[in-house]
Design a protein around this ligand. Structure first.
Ligand SMILES: Nc1ncnc2c1ncn2[C@@H]1O[C@H](COP(=O)(O)OP(=O)(O)OP(=O)(O)O)[C@@H](O)[C@H]1O
Length: 189
């Protein structure tokens, strides 16, 4: 059993990592989806209220609230005997890391995906998923908000680090290689 939690600033490549995992039939539990569901439960549009609801969940249920809400989804995947690895997309803080480590022990590992601000800004500008993707000031604010949740500490504690500064093809090849080594138990951390 392996639980791989990804961490990275906006636009670093977590979504691409998750897509590559899904293509390899590795289930992905997205913390963003947990938050989006909480937005809908509150009758709010995730496009406008994602950050606010993420913060509200932590204030109401403690700093590990989102990680805890993702645990049943992970357990559900692990109940399938064909599932050896599950990816958890989007760690934000060491408190979340502790929630996963308490649950899964050494089977849990952190993968940090990293790219400099300008490259992330350029890629997000091209992605254009919502207004904040094309606004540099908004990206700076998102970075600060994420780092305020303690994301930098999670990146520092990572077991594996991927520099996503080359082409998408190169990134995909590196991620596939990491996932296959994890599947083959050929990794130490
Ligand atoms: N190496 C790369 N070369 C070119 N484009 C890339 C590369 N890596 C990622 N991208 C593109 O950059 C954009 C941002 O990547 P992605 O959506 O994976 O980031 P993210 O970390 O999930 O961001 P967020 O936290 O904002 O959702 C996407 O459109 C993705 O296809």
């Amino acid at each position: 059993m392996h639980i791989l939690g990804t961490v990275g600033l906006p636009g670093s490549g977590k979504g691409e990592f998750a897509d590559i995992a899904r293509e390899a039939d590795i289930p992905v539990v997205t913390m963003g989806d947990v938050i989006r569901q909480a937005c809908r439960d509150r009758g709010l549009d995730p496009a406008d209220h994602h950050g606010e609801v993420a913060q509200a969940l932590r204030e109401e249920n403690g700093p590990a609230a989102i990680a805890e809400r993702s645990l049943p989804h992970i357990r559900e995947h692990l109940a399938d005997e064909d599932t050896e690895t599950v990816v958890v997309d989007g760690l934000r803080s060491m408190t979340e890391v502790e929630a996963f480590t308490d649950e899964f022990g050494d089977a849990f590992a952190i993968v940090s995906i990293e790219a400099p601000f300008d490259l992330r800004a350029e890629r997000l500008g091209e992605r254009g998923r919502d207004g904040t993707d094309t606004d540099l000031e908004a990206l700076r604010e998102r970075d600060e908000r994420e780092l305020g949740f303690g994301m930098g500490d999670v990146m520092d504690a990572a077991d594996y680090r991927i520099e996503n500064t080359d082409s998408l093809d190169a990134f995909q090849a590196e991620v596939r290689e990491l996932l296959s080594r994890v599947g083959a138990n050929d990794l130490q951390h």
